[in-house]
Design a protein around this ligand. Structure first.
Ligand code: CP
Ligand code: NVA
Length: 332
């Protein structure tokens, strides 16, 4: 891995500004706060698995209304490595908005925990939850956003290219899901231009594309949607895809498969990207559907680096939300 950061990143003004804040979508972070998180994540990754004491005595509560492997396990082990502790409650234990209101759940957990990760179906109860919480709330995936994955993905791309600004990323498939939204926002904030390859039914709304352009304005970022996958991936540095049907949308899976089948990322499509292009997927993946086994298990794929980087990026986020990061450089 290239040396991308030094400890000065921990004393940058953006580093200390996140304490006490909520991160529900990428735009809850400024571009310099995102860059600072990537710097902290890189330093933590280099420090390895050795247990630290930065979050000694701190507890993270995790509420999951949907299944999770990466998010749940990486947050839990990340907290342990930082000297803290994580506990999980599943959907049937709290039923946000059904057994009790999101506000009441947030007020109760704020009395126990120092930060809270929530994975919900709809985004709106999460917003209500965060507004009532007195400790930082992190979106562990909602229908509208998956910021933890997008932050880890920026770290993965930066490790490979040494930079983010000026790169081009193509997102192929369902351009209206949580991953598409958070990824495009994170990319634009980092100076990457984005193309989407989606059928009309799954095309990101024009208002969203305009917002992506606005986010990337300091870098002259472009954001365009094509129906032709070959057109969208031509010469790009990164090809990204996600499942055709997101968790909770199973009722639409037949319809989605029919519409998205021409958008499979296969060897022919990867050949249209730049020769050095990365293949990325947030996982879980379905070989033979949105991606062929040859691509996801092939030389362009960095999907397990992405999965690993979830932990490093989230450790950086936990530290930034719960501490002022001062003194970290002396101890790592
Ligand atoms: N990528 C991701 O969030 O994986 P999980 O659903 O397993 O947490
Ligand atoms: N779009 C997918 C992402 C899974 C990590 C989903 O919401 O199911």
């Amino acid at each position: 891995m290239q040396t991308m950061y030094n400890y000065a990143v921990l004393t940058m003004p953006a580093a200390g500004r996140l304490r006490g804040r909520n991160v529900l979508t990428m735009v809850d972070l400024s571009p310099d706060e995102l860059a600072s998180l990537l710097g902290t994540a890189h330093i933590l990754k280099a420090a390895g698995r050795e247990q630290q004491r930065f979050l000694q005595g701190k507890s993270l509560a995790m509420l999951f209304e949907k299944p999770s492997l990466r998010t749940r396990v990486s947050f839990e082990i990340g907290m342990t490595q930082l000297g803290g502790h994580a506990v999980i409650a599943h959907g049937q234990d709290f039923l946000l908005g059904k057994r009790e209101t999101p506000e009441d759940v947030a007020r109760v957990l704020s009395r126990y925990a120092d930060a809270i990760v929530v994975r919900t179906h709809e985004h709106e109860p999460l917003q209500r939850f965060a507004a009532a919480s007195t400790v930082p709330v992190i979106n562990g995936l909602s229908a509208a956003a998956h910021p933890c994955q997008a932050i880890a993905d920026m770290l993965t791309i930066k490790e490979r290219f040494g930079t983010l600004s000026g790169l081009r990323l193509a997102y192929v498939g369902d351009g209206r899901n949580n991953m598409a939204y958070s990824l495009a926002e994170a990319a634009a904030m980092s100076g990457m231009s984005v193309t989407f390859a989606s059928p009309i039914t799954h095309r990101p709304p024009d208002a969203f594309l305009a917002r992506v352009v606005e986010l990337g304005k300091p870098f002259n970022v472009t954001a365009r949607a094509f129906t032709s996958p070959l057109r969208a991936v031509r010469d790009v540095d990164v090809v990204y895809t996600d499942v055709w049907t997101s968790m909770g949308d199973e009722a639409y899976s037949e319809r989605n498969s029919a519409a998205l089948r021409p958008y499979q990322v296969n060897e022919e499509l990867m050949a249209a990207a730049a020769p050095h292009a990365l293949f990325m997927h947030c996982l879980p993946a379905h070989r033979g559907e949105e991606v062929t086994a040859g691509v996801i298990d092939g030389p362009h794929s960095v999907v397990f680096d992405q999965a690993e980087n979830r932990m490093h990026a989230q450790k950086a986020l936990l530290l930034a939300l719960m501490t002022d990061l001062r003194g970290l450089g002396d101890q790592l």
